[in-house]
Design a protein around this ligand. Structure first.
Ligand SMILES: *Cc1c(COP(=O)(O)O)cnc(C)c1O
Length: 386
């Protein structure tokens, strides 16, 4: 046994930037599902959807096999397709824009507010045109977008809203839970998110949306009736959530508020340590701290432009600390350049995207990990002359 590791495994000393917390009750629950004889979509999927509905203030919720397919189905339910435009942010996981292309529509990017790193609501109006159908804001790192401004604008122009809330379970906007109000909201349960079902997602539906339509898009367009009747009237996919996954997701949902409270505690500790180290005065941008309603999905700093991020990541790794990049700007990927986007189009997203660095933050982190990361980052930056 190593002196530093209770498990005799030296790799446990490496601090990843995130790690899911799966409790023993959930593990036992999964074993029960596996033994039950029903392992794909069934009673646990229904129970998970019901629990999600309660979490989102009684709204209608359907679960899917990923956050990506959830958003794609939402766009299909709104009837978005070729000739339509969807306004979104260039600073997100590429899934956000890929689903717009997947339904045959065109993404229209609007630059971010460099402080919040979210879509700059003040710039959205200028991007609205004849073909605009949907606003697709992303609550990056769990920090809610300005939903007052975005919903007011949507109403003025007769647009639908699909909130990419993949990272925002448990976040609040003016005291109300994201997803508990508004139009469509899509969540992800990927293992990196604040609650996981291994892979999975869910869609909160507005009152005018038909949940049976969501179910048909989820499973081959199938509609069943009577004892033995079946019809197919649209092209659906294969996007159902297994009961094994739903059992994991249900167990996580019981804990997500506690997970988020622990994340907040750790985030506040990061601010205290970075303040003591004078990081902001040294040119490092910290996340906004005056907003109290983030679920702290990630704690991300933006490095000064002259600091090579790859070197910082390597140096942190040598000190046993993982870090991540979330995200390079979408419009600079080759697929999007082929559509006509180019460097310089969205300067704030480009600047933030080139310097952003995700630091370790997850509920099972120990208190002592925070000063360890803060001091390591400070020391590594000193080596770069910052
Ligand atoms: C994770 C994520 C998605 C996609 O979710 P998956 O479950 O991985 O398909 C979409 N948008 C954002 C912002 C995400 O973080």
């Amino acid at each position: 046994m190593s002196a530093t590791s209770p498990h005799g495994d030296p790799s446990v000393d490496f601090l990843p930037f995130t790690r899911p917390s799966i409790d023993e009750q959930t593990i036992a629950g999964v074993v029960e599902v596996l033994r039950s004889g029903w392992i794909t979509t069934g009673p646990w999927n229904a129970r998970f959807e019901q629990a999600l509905s309660e979490y989102f203030g009684g709204r209608t919720v359907r679960a899917f096999s990923s956050g990506t397919v959830t958003m794609e189905i939402a766009l299909r339910m709104m009837g978005v397709g070729p000739g339509d435009e969807v306004i979104t942010t260039p600073l997100s996981w590429v899934a956000t824009a890929n689903v717009i292309l997947a339904v045959g529509a065109r993404p229209v990017f609007v630059d971010i507010d460099p402080r919040t790193r979210n879509l700059d609501a003040a710039r959205v109006e200028a991007a609205v045109g004849e073909r605009t159908r949907v606003l697709l804001p992303v609550h990056l790192a769990g920090l809610p977008c300005d939903l007052d401004a975005l919903y007011a604008l949507a109403q003025r122009h007769g647009l639908r809203v699909l909130e990419d809330a993949a990272q925002a379970i448990g976040s609040r906007w003016r005291g109300r839970r994201v997803g508990a109000f508004g139009d469509y909201a899509s969540f992800s349960f990927h293992p990196n998110k604040n609650a996981t079902s291994i892979e999975g997602g869910c869609l909160v539906l507005p009152p005018d949306a038909d949940p049976a339509l969501a179910e048909r898009y989820r499973l081959q367009g199938v509609r069943r009736f009577g004892v033995d009747g079946m019809d197919v009237d649209l092209v659906g996919g294969k996007a159902n959530l297994t009961d094994v996954a739903a059992r994991v997701g249900w167990g996580q949902l019981q804990q997500v508020d506690a997970f988020n409270a622990r994340r907040r505690e750790l985030a506040l500790a990061y601010f205290a340590h970075f303040d003591a180290l004078g990081l902001e005065a040294r040119g490092v941008l910290l996340p906004p701290r005056d907003e109290t309603d983030s679920n702290w999905h990630m704690f991300q700093v933006v490095l000064p432009p002259q600091v090579p991020r790859a070197d910082v990541m390597q140096a942190l790794k040598q000190r046993g600390i993982g870090s991540g990049v979330h995200y390079p700007p979408i419009h600079l990927f080759s697929l999007y350049r082929k559509l006509g986007f180019a460097p310089g189009d969205f300067p704030h997203a480009e600047r933030v995207g080139s310097g952003i660095l995700t630091l370790p933050l997850f509920p099972d982190m120990r208190d002592a990990d925070v000063p360890r990361v803060a001091q390591a980052l400070s020391a590594v930056l000193r080596e770069s002359g910052v």
